[in-house]
Design a protein. Structure first.
Length: 136
């Protein structure tokens, strides 16, 4: 698959994942009055699970990881941890520096997600889904 198509599909999955991430964090903080830092951990895990499925099914469908689905998911989470640290760090910095974002944590989540997307694409393509599927 062409790189530009993979980037486009990765971005589409990322936008959908961001909607899940931002929606869940906003729901937990705004309606359930959760701590915004704890809520972000939950929302991130849900979004990361969705993006793993999306990228496995669409973005990197022509590639293989040579892992069973559950092992691939765990590897995905492991590889995404670096991006997650960047993502969460930016989220926390935004919350610490802009008190108004405590009412709108979805905006801070979007900021963190945008920066981390570049790191996540490189690690997903280069380390997990690196081999081409062979025709059967």
């Amino acid at each position: 698959m062409r790189l530009s198509r993979e980037i486009g599909l990765f971005a589409a999955g990322g936008v959908l994942g961001l909607l899940i991430d931002a929606g869940v964090v906003q729901l937990l903080v705004g309606w359930q009055h959760w701590n915004p830092y704890l809520a972000r951990v939950i929302s991130f895990l849900l979004a990361a699970t969705f993006t793993w499925w999306w990228n496995r099914r669409y973005t990197f469908a022509a590639r293989r990881s040579d892992r069973a689905a559950h092992a691939e998911w765990l590897h995905w989470l492991g590889l995404m941890s670096f991006g997650a640290v960047i993502n969460y760090g930016i989220y926390a910095l935004l919350l610490l520096n802009f008190a108004s974002l405590h009412r709108w944590p979805a905006i801070a989540a979007a900021g963190g997600s945008a920066v981390a997307a570049l790191v996540n694409f490189a690690t997903a393509r280069g380390m997990l889904f690196r081999g081409s599927k062979t025709p059967t």
